[in-house]
Design a protein around this ligand. Structure first.
Ligand SMILES: Cc1cc2nc3c(=O)[nH]c(=O)nc-3n(C[C@H](O)[C@H](O)[C@H](O)COP(=O)(O)OP(=O)(O)OC[C@H]3O[C@@H](n4cnc5c(N)ncnc54)[C@H](O)[C@@H]3O)c2cc1C
Length: 395
């Protein structure tokens, strides 16, 4: 049988992972990316075993080990006293329970590892300067339309073009994204600029009224990632590259623990980025007979369970399995993929939104009780990290 030709819109973490998974299974894949060069911003991405297993299946273990940090735990601390409210063991406990490590990665490193994998599998796979506008579909196949007038035909189209997906707009209608009420500050700090005992090899979530902050190490421990998530009435533009004055970041965290002040004080004054966090509610369908979506195009989320990119990686593996086992009936394969991803991804999207309230409970005793009652450690072990996209049954 002829190998199906798959077109992917978008070369983010999702599009690249999907391409690698599909090429490895024998599909002919072409990615169309709007940017003129491949790359990612300077920020961190956490990746739990459920995604790392997929990356390992692509032969990326050695490359990832060179750049990853293996955190020992997620620590949830009170914003002012630093009291430990809750801890989720990671490190060896995560790896032995779930069969792969928990990684902290620089986004640019993960993106680069994936891009090099795709190029090694097929040097002609990625077309840059290719802004996708939409598609035409018939029983014979699907044709991708590019903004510059070019068009490309294939058997299947995957929209991996992010939260403002053009493919999504055509499948589900043009709807604006919703501002979640939070903006995100981001910065990375070389560890030489911080006291050596500032934080153990953990991911710390500082929890407080109307905001929280996340800190963890990247690049084999060479830099610290700082993200400050703050309620703001006026949304920013949604741009990962918009700078704002350092003084505004400092002002947002007045009164927070000295550790946070030390980290903020060490941030390069000209490298404070701030952007709006947007979202969309989960949907019940994201496919047509020959077109589907993955990652943020299908199910954008607040990042409060550190699982947006993880879901895109899971989607990629499950979609590749469904297409491989459903070569004779692409519409059925896409429905099988979607059926098996809808509930889990909606659970993560809704859980991430719910985490926002948990991390921000004003009263200290109430917060302590809420962390105790919700027992994130147990919940995340039971269903979030234990999922294996490579072997999970796909009814
Ligand atoms: C502050 C923050 C922290 C986060 N932390 C984590 C974390 O720790 N762990 C985690 O798993 N997730 C995290 N996430 C979520 C994660 O970043 C996203 O879920 C993930 O990047 C989605 O990947 P994607 O490939 O689906 O989309 P994107 O990364 O948005 O990639 C889409 C690609 O498509 C391209 N594109 C867009 N439109 C077009 C078009 N019309 N034509 C052609 N190309 C197009 C874009 O240029 C881009 O290359 C975080 C998010 C934020 C905001």
């Amino acid at each position: 049988m002829k190998a199906l030709s798959v077109i992917i819109a978008g070369a983010g973490i999702g599009g690249l992972t999907a391409a690698a998974c599909l090429i490895q299974k024998g599909f002919k894949v072409r990615i169309f990316e709007q940017a003129s060069a491949l790359g990612e911003v300077g920020a961190g991405v956490q990746s739990s075993a459920n995604a790392v297993k997929v990356l390992y299946s692509l032969g990326l273990r050695d490359e990832l080990e060179k750049v990853a940090v293996r955190p020992q735990a997620f620590e949830f601390r009170r914003f002012d006293t630093a009291e430990l409210m809750h801890s989720v063991p990671l490190g060896n406990a995560h790896e032995s329970t779930h069969g792969a490590p928990y990684y902290h990665l620089h986004r640019a490193d993960l993106h680069d590892v994936l891009a090099r994998k795709v190029y090694a599998l097929d040097p002609d796979c990625i077309t840059l300067n290719a802004k996708v506008e939409g598609f035409e579909e018939s029983s014979a196949g699907v044709t991708l339309k590019l903004a510059d007038g070019r068009s490309v035909s294939g058997d299947v189209l995957i929209g991996a073009d992010g939260i403002k997906s053009a493919i999504r707009a055509q499948i589900l209608g043009e709807t604006p994204v919703s501002y979640t009420g939070d903006i995100a500050w981001r910065a990375v700090i070389p560890v030489e600029q911080l006291p050596s005992d500032i934080m153990a090899r953990v991911s710390t979530v500082w929890c407080g009224p109307k905001k929280h902050a996340v800190m963890y190490y990247l690049r084999a421990g060479a830099v610290m990632n700082f993200v400050g998530l703050v309620e703001h009435d006026q949304p920013e533009t949604e741009s990962w590259t918009q700078k704002r004055p350092w003084a505004e970041l400092k002002a947002d965290f007045v009164g927070w623990h000295p550790t946070i002040q030390t980290v903020i004080d060490a941030i390069d004054r000209d490298s404070c980025y701030r952007y709006a966090l947007n979202n969309r509610p989960p949907v019940a369908n994201w496919s047509t007979p020959l077109v589907t979506m993955l990652g943020d195009a299908a199910h954008p989320t607040l990042p409060y369970m550190a699982s947006g990119a993880v879901m895109a990686i899971e989607d990629s593996a499950v979609l590749a399995r469904c297409l491989e086992e459903g070569l004779n009936d692409v519409p059925a394969a896409l429905q099988r993929y979607q059926r098996n991803r809808l509930e889990r991804t909606a659970r993560i999207v809704n859980g991430s939104t719910a985490s926002r309230a948990l991390y921000r409970i004003e009263d200290e005793a109430e917060m302590r009780q809420a962390f105790h009652d919700q027992d994130l450690s147990k919940a995340r072990t039971e269903w979030l990290y234990s999922y294996d996209p490579l072997t999970v049954p796909l009814p």
